[in-house]
Design a protein around this ligand. Structure first.
Ligand code: DAH
Length: 339
């Protein structure tokens, strides 16, 4: 009988199974309430006394072998099931990955950066929380200067010296303070003004500032650079410069691009004139150069500033500036195809 038990142990050890059903059948056969072990335990009383010890040990060994086998096989099969769940069918269609869309502000900003970088401009940035000097005073806008009213300002707490920058011209100042000419830089960024929010204006928006300082820079250089820009950006090379006023440039001009009057949209966009105003510009005022540590007798330069939001609205025929900051996915998803 002990030999028979040893055979059963060997059999149990060798047993393998492909399914949980087979394991269960094995369990019932060995460990079930009518199983082999039960049968052999029942035989115990009939075993001769001198063999009882060995019989007992062997039958316990069989029990342990069977139990270990059941546990090991169950675990192995469960792991296999998990693996099958993960890698089972490698021909399954993949999970669709939802593609994001770039924000129209980013699209336009990147286009502008790309266009100017091709003619040697680098990109610079400055803080959105500014001090009076960089936003106003250094730019030829001393305290009580009436032109400060052109840009309604948000002040930070009650400190009149700290404010949310009203334009990216503040970065001009910072850049000139830290870099020697020749300077060719554009500064994109967000700006803030205390204005009523409507379809046409917002209390925050985005600008790109441009600055070129070197020896013998002329107004003709400015005009040529702007014409290069409008040609690359809009495919339109006809521009006009209207005399204007900015405290930090002298002379100053407003730049219009000739959009044309071919379609009804052209009429609407240009209010029937064919011309679109796209930026302000001018020759950097010598006072500003001196304020920023650049010798105005040796150097001259030009600057310009344009609104990114405005250009995004124009290019994408968006009728309400508020859409740009509402994060409505239905709106944003429409820009999927753009770079
Ligand atoms: N800072 C002006 C504004 O926010 C825009 C501007 C005009 C910038 C003329 C310039 C410039 O650099 O030369 O309205």
């Amino acid at each position: 009988m002990i030999d028979k038990l040893k055979e059963l142990i060997a059999e149990a050890e060798a047993f393998t199974a492909q399914s949980k059903d087979e394991v269960e059948q094995f369990r019932i056969k060995y460990l079930g309430s009518k199983g082999l072990l039960k049968e052999y335990f029942a035989e115990f009383k009939n075993v001769a006394n001198e063999q009882k010890k060995e019989f007992g040990q062997t039958i316990n060994q069989l029990k342990k072998t069977a139990e270990d086998k059941v546990n090991a096989l169950k675990e192995a099969l469960e792991n296999q099931e998990e693996d099958n769940g993960l890698y089972g069918d490698l021909s399954r269609p993949g999970e669709p990955i939802a593609l994001g869309a770039r924000h129209p502000i980013s699209i336009v900003k990147n286009q502008i950066i790309d266009i100017f970088s091709r003619i040697g401009f680098n990109v610079s940035e400055g803080p959105e929380i500014e001090d009076d000097w960089h936003n106003f005073t250094a730019l030829n806008l001393p305290e009580y200067h009436p032109a400060r009213d052109m840009q309604d300002t948000f002040f930070v707490q009650t400190n009149p010296d700290i404010l949310l920058r009203t334009h990216t011209s503040s970065v001009q100042v910072r850049y000139m303070e830290e870099n020697k000419p020749p300077i060719r830089t554009i500064s994109p960024g967000r700006v803030y003004r205390n204005e009523a929010i409507s379809a046409r204006s917002h209390c925050f928006f985005h600008q790109v500032e441009g600055l070129y300082i070197d020896k013998d820079v002329s107004f003709a250089d400015l005009k040529q650079t702007l014409q290069y820009f409008t040609t690359e950006m809009f495919g339109k090379s006809k521009i006009r410069l209207r005399p204007s006023y900015f405290p930090f440039t002298e002379p100053s001009a407003e730049v219009d691009v000739y959009w044309g009057l071919e379609t009804e949209t052209d009429y609407k966009m240009t209010k029937g004139t064919g011309w679109l105003e796209i930026m302000g510009c001018g020759m950097v005022d010598p006072n500003v150069l001196d304020n920023c540590g650049i010798d105005s007798k040796e150097y001259s330069g030009f600057a310009f500033g344009m609104g990114i939001d405005r250009i995004a609205l124009l290019l994408h025929q968006i009728s309400d500036i508020r859409l740009l900051s509402e994060n409505d996915v239905r709106f944003l998803e429409q820009f999927k195809s753009a770079l």
